[in-house]
Design a protein around this ligand. Sequence first.
Ligand code: GLA
Length: 425
Amino acid sequence: MKLNRYKKLFVTASIIASACPNLLAQTTDATAPVAITKEASPNKAGNLAPTPPMGWNTWNTFQTNIDEPLLKGMVDAYVSTGMRDAGYKYFVLDDGWMTMERDKNGDLVADPKKFPNGMKAFADYVHSKGLKFGIYNCAGSKTCAGYPGSRGHEYQDARLYASYGVDFLKYDWCNTDSLNAREAYITMSQALKASGREITFSLCEWGNHQPWLWAGGVGELYRTTGDITASFDKDKHNGTWTALSVMSIVDKQPAIAKYNGPNHWNDPDMLEVGNGMSFNEDKAHFSLWCMLAAPLAAGNDLRKMSPQTQSILTNKAAIAIDQDALGIAASRIYQADSLEVWAKPLANNEVAVCFLNRSTSVKQVTYNWNDHPVKNEANNIDIDFAKASYRLHDIWVNKDLGTTKKEFKQTLVGHSVIVVRLTKN
Ligand code: GLA
């Protein structure tokens, strides 16, 4: 089910917002008047996400059809399938967890039909399994599915989340009228900080207002695009808005790769692994997210995961690339005839390289490493394979593939990747 669709009023909204930068002040709950200037310093400084956050989110499979029994089963599956032990940490309820109205005190109410024991009890269950608990709301007057948004209630809602034991807030951008995005997200960021609980803040304004330029210090991750759909390269048009394929999202990332880093992650949206693409497509999708140092939010039904899906989501070598301490997003260093090469410098002079075949036909790769140095100016990285030899390890096949001294010759079937980790000889 996709819900009311809202999107694409944003160009207008952002024009109005930039014309009226003070609108934000009206959204702030009275408890903490804060003078916000364009130069407002990061207000949520901390170290909650030194590597890209990993978790699971209800939306991609269940939309608003969630309840406690379903989700308790999912928490159990999170643990029994090895997701937790592979590094996934957050269990996030997306839209649809509350009632359509606030209570008489203006508080949000967890829907008693869906959560008969209340949200604190569910959060306790999540915590009892060694996981962290995430929840969703929206900067606007209503969420994207029409539930009460946080506008004008930011501090009150943040306090409620803290009382539940929330560790992560995904904060959407529907029904925001003329709000200024940066200022609206700063308001919620400050409200979270004032709640006294450490809450990872996930901005979800779809990249409309270039959050990569201002969200560092406001939150730990920020969506860079509209919503993903489980398709390798075909966008899905839904009337007023378009859900993006994996390739469409990937193509938006090179231009903003340089803004990525510890505690401020470009978020190309949640994973669709296990939601309908082929095994190779899922592997390509997951590999590219790891190459991009993207947050990894699984969105499949963990209770019914196939062994293939599980083998992708829990692949330790892929996750290690995503979670590398440098936090550098890969650059696309080569593209021709539907073949692409992406390179991600890693800590300790290692490099991850992903060969991607975007076409549906089989492609032969012949790649001379010496012709393709890996550079990253911001991190002072300049790897010239003519000067140093690296060993290659194929992370999906778990096999050594020689060194960079030899030409790399491989066959890639349609919509597939080969990912190699390079270690200096
Ligand atoms: C927006 C977000 C999605 C999801 C839905 C919920 O579309 O981008 O990720 O949270 O809202 O309604």
